[in-house]
Design a protein around this ligand. Sequence first.
Ligand code: AN7
Length: 354
Amino acid sequence: MNYIGLIEKYRKYLPVNEKTPIVSLCEGNTPLIQAKNLAKEIGFKGQIYFKFEGLNPTGSFKDRGMTMAVSKAVESGSKAIICASTGNTSASASAYAASAGIKCVVLIPEGKIALGKLSQALMHGAEVLEIDGNFDKALNIVKELSTKYLITLVNSVNPFRIEGQKTASYEICESLDKAPEYQFMPVGNAGNITAYWKGYKELNNENPKKYGLPKMMGFQAAGAAPIVEGCPVLQPETVATAIRIGNPTSWKTAEFARDESKGVIDKVTDEEILFAYRLVAKREGVFCEPASAAPIAGLIKYVKKGYFKDVQNLQVVCILTGHGLKDPGNAIVNTQKPKKVKSDINEVVKAIGF
Ligand code: AN7
């Protein structure tokens, strides 16, 4: 059968029925790419894989949750959805709302949203409201607003988002024929780590001998690391604007995933994030956005400090949550400018250094 999106593929694991009008852009089914060059570069003897969620229809993992949230919103008769967003949720919500023919309102933090994401929300025709406050403030507003007006909240407080996003764990287990030993991922509002853990546990409950469970390794940016610090961060700051979040909604369930899996939630600096961001683009040919480089920075950090034992047989999956093209601004300022060359073959040859 043709692949027509994750709801059809995983129907029996999802809260949909024959009456649910499926709103899909064929999300999911993303590749698991082995990162052999990275393993070699950092001296890791096991296998590293990237789950490249940047290849979803709007360029991030949010589409997995949004196909569910918007389908269920339409099923319930909702004519409008709303979200607060550091960028990717707004891009995804606007696209799925456009496809469903319903209204979409997005609240974004002023000046802190990557250009690609903003262009998506605008192109898909959402009502884009830039507020003079950060994501956490925007989220408080939309949470309150959605209880007072007839508009469906599609942030990850919406349980259908988590249901959709858990399907990525199923795909990883299918690709590897088991769960990996470790999963590294970024943590912002903490919905995704909650979703992955739910997915892994469900599959493992079906067949514990076959699948097993990974240790969940979550990474926050050092300037926006409330779970690591143990208290909300009032003014979160990081180059990884997607995870510039100071008071995550799914804080408790993220801690639960960490503790039950015997994993960790730790932080990495912007410098470490940018190093990993450039490294995987250059050595693996995989371009992810800065937030998605946080778990790679985390993996590098943990390899360096000798965290792993019995490395030979380890399978580690890093979730690359968003595409690098989302944030061209960061790519441009963190690389060398193109050389200016006269339109003359000799000048070009000289510039190449032949
Ligand atoms: C690329 O778009 O919160 O821990 O409003 O865009 O589930 O929040 C984005 C989050 C990781 C963190 N990587 O996921 C939003 C938003 C990317 C992201 C995260 C986000 P959660």
